[in-house]
Design a protein. Structure first.
Lengths: 288, 346, 272
């Protein structure tokens, strides 16, 4: 490239520099565009869900389903998706299991770093980069859909929402990390990961608001399926923050739910530590 | 440049004129951004893999296609087997234009790629052979006869029913060859068939190829980096460097043309004799009590008695320069300029 | 034609042998796809807790809707079993040179590249689909007329053909894009629109979506038309969707053939 520009003098090299700068900017923008497109595609399944619920409302002439109006449902799906952007950890458990299986986990036994903290730091970085780029498509969709949202909640609710999002990130992280560390005992964790994903798919609330399970009996007197799910960690990775924003959980219920979420974070963090300690001890004893 | 081989009396099996292939390579910057960034804007270069090649090969010839990595050998074979289309030029193989990919043409040749596995990985080779029978529409009786004959020749009868993934590289290659020859191709392209194989397996494959080729008068083009393959199999050598044929002729001719020296190795009784030998003034290399000299071929008859007369020489051997060295020399000599590279952007 | 059938059976047999060799893996995969399917069924059951019908006056009450879902399961499992695995492997074949080995064989490349692998575990969903269809039809209280039974298999085939064409076009795109991570994603997002009755796409936004996925990219026809024929016998004069889906299937096959041949030609001229 330089060969062609040699004879052109300062003007030509200036032009070349300008072209290069333009190309670089253009490239960044192109990259963003493509990524944004990929993220936008992720909203497509939601579109069909919204049409499905709209058809349900049309057929029943109900005003609400389990306390959700049609607009609430649209807003709910958007917020649940936002929460999943915090709590989902693509590749975390399978990555840990793989590093155990192929022995690359050894280097963390040797190096003076704490593996769990290292993974957490890496995941935070990963997420930050993701948000930096995903904010455009997310922002676009939220602004376009603002009509579906109820008026924004008060400052207290808003801060509880933010807190629940942060906790959902930690909960998702520690659950998946613990799952991956089962790889110290079981060679192939893929079936476990699969079972986890299935339960997660149904009970986290990213298919439907968990309130819809309130009418499903469990056999225990006075206890619905929603009452059971409330005590499990799953709904805190999608349903809970969305419900907080929409004001579906209030007062003592809200405090209790937040306490349950925080407790699960602590439990899973401890489980993760214990799994790592025991796992590495076992690993050192039996060799990899 | 394209003198035909000695046995091409009848119509040639392969006729190539002015065959050229250019392709575009895209610069791939490192990193996460790269793959997506490249979608709309990427810089590219045009690379000339072949630059107007002429070649004629007669029925039953066994031709070695030599050249350094990236010289265009594999591209040439891919053009001849119709996998890719050329940028310019013509080619006829068995009377067909390869890249028209007529079924009648594709049934009459085979391509074996030493670095690639074409057999079903998790299943016994017998299953792949059965598939081959269907694809090439082989008559059942003939298929079984050919298969048994080939399997016997290579001594792989026991391996046929074993899953391919359990076999060694050499065993796998033998079965690949069986598969490729099941439809009794008239033309056989072998792309580095002995790569990575041990000496015994190489030898078995040489014997096998020689036998099959003599029996069926198959026309074979072989690319390889092992001069043993060439010495064992090929009477004709074609050398490609940088997309051009720089030499085409009998193997003996190359040796003749490029061996100007003989290698003389002396074993000495007495290390002090080294000094005397060195004084003869030939390029020489001392390895302990052993001295290796490179002596002009014309002068060897004069020089050798003189050297032997000196004291302390216990043993002597006179050899040709190794084929590898000759070919390396050829590769270097055929590199007049770098490939034309054009910067473009899309 | 007979030869292609023989070759296909050879592939099918080889894949069966392989699946039986790695039985544990096979069972795990079957359980996986059954698991996802049952989660979706559970969701649909939940939806019917709140409504007797999907869309006002559309007739998609519980049993017809599950016949619809069953039809979708059958069609998708056929595509997943016979075409998806080969298509997903294509990019890998381009990278490793396996595609070259295919191109020298005296056989149609598209046939070989789109059908050389069979994933039997995907058929589990189809089997459940057949069971679900039988259940739904039995509970509906009125048997489909004989003509519906005749048309149903044909329409299933048309649905499979349309999805096959989509797979082929996506696979062709990955030949020169050189990556296929997005193949499955794209497939998922596109076929997602065919999962529910077309009637739900109503209103100012639904109308254009319905038109787009009926006339331009006819994936809405894939499940809707056969499901309609079997579960909700067509009223008089409503036969055009049947003709439409046959025409769409033929058109899709032609288009996918052209696109695939073009990308192979591009591969041949652009690689060395």
């Amino acid at each position: 490239m330089s060969g062609r520009l040699d004879g052109g003098g300062p003007l030509a090299s200036m032009r070349a520099w300008w072209t290069m700068l333009a190309i670089c900017l253009e490239e960044r923008l192109v990259y963003r565009g493509d990524f944004a497109l990929g993220t936008l595609m992720r909203f497509l399944p939601m579109v069909t869900q919204v049409f499905l619920w709209t058809a349900v409302f049309a057929a029943t002439s109900r005003r609400d389903v389990a306390g959700y109006s049609r607009n609430d449902i649209v807003a709910y799906y958007l917020l649940a998706m936002l929460t999943r952007a915090f709590s989902s950890m693509p590749g975390l458990s399978t990555g840990i299991a793989r590093s155990i299986r192929d022995g690359s986990v050894k280097k963390y036994l040797v190096q003076p770093v704490d593996y769990v903290s290292f993974l957490l730091a890496a995941r935070i970085a990963h997420k930050l980069v993701y948000y930096a780029v995903a904010i455009l498509p997310f922002g676009g969709v939220f602004i376009a859909c603002r009509g579906f949202f109820p008026p924004p909640p008060d400052a207290t609710t808003m801060s509880i929402f933010v807190l629940s999002l942060v906790l959902s990130f930690l909960l998702g992280f520690f659950m998946e990390a613990t799952l991956g560390m089962i790889g110290f005992w079981v060679l192939e964790v893929s079936s476990l990961v699969f079972a986890y994903m299935l339960v997660q798919y149904l009970l986290s609330g990213h298919m439907f608001p968990i309130d819809m399970l309130a009418g499903i009996p469990t056999g225990l007197p006075g206890t619905s399926l929603a009452d059971v799910v409330r005590w499990l960690p799953f709904e805190y990775t999608a349903y809970f923050p969305a419900a907080v924003w929409l004001g579906k959980i209030r007062g003592p219920d809200l405090v209790r739910a937040l306490a349950i979420e925080a407790a699960w974070v602590v439990v899973m963090a401890i489980a993760c530590r214990v799994a790592w300690k025991r796992g590495t001890r076992r690993y050192a004893a039996f060799g990899g | 440049m394209h003198n035909s081989g000695p046995s091409s009396v009848a119509a040639p099996v392969i006729e190539v004129a002015g065959l050229a292939k250019e392709y575009r390579v895209y610069d791939k910057p490192e990193g996460l951004w790269a793959s997506v960034r490249g979608l709309l804007h990427r810089t590219s270069r045009v690379v000339e893999a072949l630059r107007g090649v002429n070649l004629t090969v007669g029925r039953g010839e066994f031709v070695a296609l030599l050249g350094p990595n990236g010289a265009g050998k594999t591209t040439f074979l891919k053009l001849l087997s119709g996998i890719i289309t050329p940028s310019r030029g013509t080619a006829r193989v068995l009377g067909h234009v390869p890249w028209e990919r007529a079924d009648d043409f594709r049934r009459r040749f085979a391509l074996v790629m030493g670095q690639r596995n074409q057999l079903w990985w998790d299943l016994p080779a017998a299953e792949s052979f059965r598939l081959h029978k269907e694809i090439y529409r082989l008559d059942a009786a003939r298929f079984e006869r050919t298969r048994d004959e080939l399997v016997d020749l290579l001594g792989v009868k026991k391996l046929v029913l074993q899953p391919v993934r359990e076999l060694s590289l050499g065993e796998r290659m033998k079965l690949e060859l069986v598969a490729a020859l099941l439809h009794e191709p008239e033309v056989l392209f072998l792309d580095e068939p002995t790569i990575g194989l041990d000496v015994v397996a190489q030898h078995t494959i040489h014997e096998f190829l020689r036998h099959v080729q003599a029996e069926r008068r198959t026309t074979v083009i072989l690319t390889t980096h092992y001069m043993k393959d060439v010495a064992a199999l090929c009477e004709r050598v074609v050398v490609i460097t940088h997309g051009d044929i720089v030499h085409d002729g009998p193997l003996a001719e190359i040796v003749d043309r490029f061996t100007t020296h003989k290698i003389v190795t002396l074993d000495l009784d007495d290390p002090s004799a080294t000094a005397r030998i060195e004084r003869c003034g030939f390029p020489c290399e001392v390895r302990g009590p052993r001295v290796v000299l490179r002596i002009d071929r014309q002068r060897i008859a004069d020089v050798l008695p003189e050297i032997l007369r000196s004291d302390g020489v216990r043993d002597v051997s006179v050899e040709d320069v190794p084929l590898e060295e000759i070919v390396a020399e050829l590769f270097r000599s055929g590199a007049p300029e770098r490939r034309a590279v054009v910067e473009t952007a899309r | 034609m007979g030869r292609y059938l023989a070759i296909f059976l050879t592939f099918a047999r080889a894949c069966l042998v392989r699946d039986m060799t790695f039985r544990a893996n096979f069972i795990l995969e079957s359980v996986t796809s059954l698991g996802w399917m049952s989660m979706n069924l559970a969701f649909y059951m939940l939806v019917f807790q709140f409504t007797p019908e999907i869309g006002k006056g559309t007739g998609w009450t519980r049993e017809p809707f599950f016949a619809f879902v069953a039809t979708g399961l059958i069609i998708n499992s056929i595509v997943q079993a016979f075409f998806m695995p080969s298509a997903e492997e294509l990019t890998e074949m381009v990278r490793t040179g396996g595609l070259d080995a295919v191109l020298v064989q005296p056989l149609d490349a598209q046939f070989l590249l789109s059908m050389h692998r069979v994933d039997y575990s995907s058929l589990a969903n189809g089997a459940v689909g057949v069971g679900l269809l039988a259940w739904a039809l039995a509970r509906m209280g009125h048997a489909p007329p004989p003509v519906a039974w005749l048309l149903y298999p044909l329409l299933l085939l048309c649905g499979v053909a349309i999805l096959y064409a989509l797979v082929i076009v996506l696979a062709a795109a990955t030949i020169h894009m050189g990556r296929n991570q997005s193949l499955y994603d794209f497939w998922f997002y596109m076929t997602n629109f065919s999962r529910y009755p077309a009637e739900i796409y109503a209103g100012p936004w639904g109308g254009p979506i319905r038109a787009l996925f009926t006339f331009v990219l006819p994936i809405l026809l894939v499940v809707n038309v056969p499901a309609r024929v079997i579960a909700r016998p067509l009223a008089g004069g409503a036969w055009w969707p049947v003709a439409g889906v046959v025409a769409a299937a033929l058109a899709a096959l032609v288009v996918s053939r052209v696109v695939f041949q073009r990308s192979l030609a591009k591969y041949r001229s652009a690689s060395s």
